[in-house]
Design a binder for this molecule. Structure first.
Ligand SMILES: Cc1ncc(COP(=O)(O)O)c(C=O)c1O
Length: 348
């Protein structure tokens, strides 16, 4: 498979912006090349210099944790940036199309619409697994990307690995596997398969298990050729220095994060059990993520009742295949207890 054939012509021919830090990379005593404030910052920490455009320290650390070489890593301002770059690099507005498998993460569709790219929706089956035949029918020569979220948001389940492998092996475009919730899953990540599939892009994020949603740090793992395309299209300094430094520091605290993951999974199971025992709850779907999709009677009324009590869950009751469903993030043990008691108080 030739990645260059998938690329938009203007991106193929693009001369990327060359920043001051691209043009001089060594150590110097006086920097007068980037029109920064030479005096400093009005803060305790000096932020007056532009950050590393390629976040090499952070990538080095990710390499030791993930076992993926730095040249196979792109870091974005959240994984949402990686999603947007995929559209801008590969999809010709008004000509190309992408496949999504609803119900799924909403940003694929929003990014498609922003970039004026047709979106072909092939709903998941009632068991929330892929409709492989439907996907095969939806694809044509202008289909550039397929988005598969696993574990899937908002359903919480992992997508069957063999089905994803079937798509990876047969689709002549890019398969994006969004693993935002992979840390909570019993399933293995796909990042070890990068050498096997040149059309694979795996998205992960520091916004979920790593607890850094406010810093906006997301990763795309892919073959070197795709990572070079990301780097060509991205804004020069897309990850600010504070985020780079704090993310690097956080990666030293992997034991804490693993502890939280274990606690979250234990709480998820407890919460699922407690919810199942409530009479208005019709179904708690199996989850590999840090949230539960719950089919519940009077979902809209209950949602508003919880809002009035200061408890905010996500109302998904209008979403295809999620009718009458609320999506509930697993909280701390105390938060989960308060939630359960509040739902028990609800009377229609
Ligand atoms: C499946 C999925 N992918 C990506 C994201 C966005 O992640 P980030 O914060 O890295 O942009 C989310 C956020 O909710 C998500 O649910």
């Amino acid at each position: 498979m030739n990645i260059q054939d998938l690329l938009r012509e203007n991106i193929k021919n693009l001369t990327p912006y060359s920043s001051a830090r691209d043009e001089f990379q060594g150590e110097a005593s006086i920097y007068l090349d980037a029109n920064e404030n030479s005096f400093g910052s009005p803060l305790e920490t000096a932020f007056n210099r532009y950050p590393d455009p390629l976040q090499l320290e952070l990538k080095k650390k990710l390499t030791t944790i993930k076992g993926v070489p730095a040249q196979n890593i792109f870091i974005g301002n959240g994984s949402d940036e990686a999603i947007d770059i995929l559209f801008r690099a590969f999809c010709r507005p008004g000509i190309d199309n992408v496949v999504t498998v609803p119900p799924t993460y909403g940003m694929y569709e929003v990014s498609a619409n922003i970039n004026d790219v047709e979106i072909r929706k092939v709903n998941l089956l009632p068991n929330y697994q892929l409709n492989l035949e439907g996907i095969a029918e939806a694809i044509d020569k202008n289909t550039k990307l397929i988005f598969i979220c696993s574990p899937n948001n908002p359903t919480g389940n992992s997508i069957n690995r063999e089905d994803i492998e079937t798509i990876l092996a047969n689709f002549h475009g890019i398969v994006v596997i969004d693993e935002a919730y992979i840390n909570f899953s019993r399933q293995k990540t796909f990042i070890q398969e990068l050498t096997e599939y040149s059309n694979l892009v795996v998205l992960q994020t520091m916004s979920k298990a790593w607890g850094l949603a406010a810093l906006r740090v997301g990763m795309a793992y892919a073959c070197e050729e795709i990572i070079e395309i990301f780097n060509k299209v991205k804004p020069p300094y897309n990850i600010n220095r504070a985020s780079q430094e704090l993310a690097l520091k956080a990666l030293d605290n992997i034991d804490q994060v693993n502890q939280w993951i274990r606690e979250t999974v234990a709480e998820r199971n407890k919460l699922a059990k407690s919810l199942t025992e409530i009479t208005i709850v019709e179904q708690v779907y199996p989850s590999d993520a840090n949230f539960l999709l719950v089919k519940i009677k009077y979902a809209d009324y209950l949602y508003n009742f919880l809002v009035d009590k200061g408890i905010i869950v996500r109302n998904r009751s209008k979403v295809t295949l999620c009718e009458s469903c609320l999506r509930i993030t697993v909280g701390t043990p105390d938060e989960n207890k308060i939630l359960i008691n509040a739902i028990k108080e609800f009377v229609i």
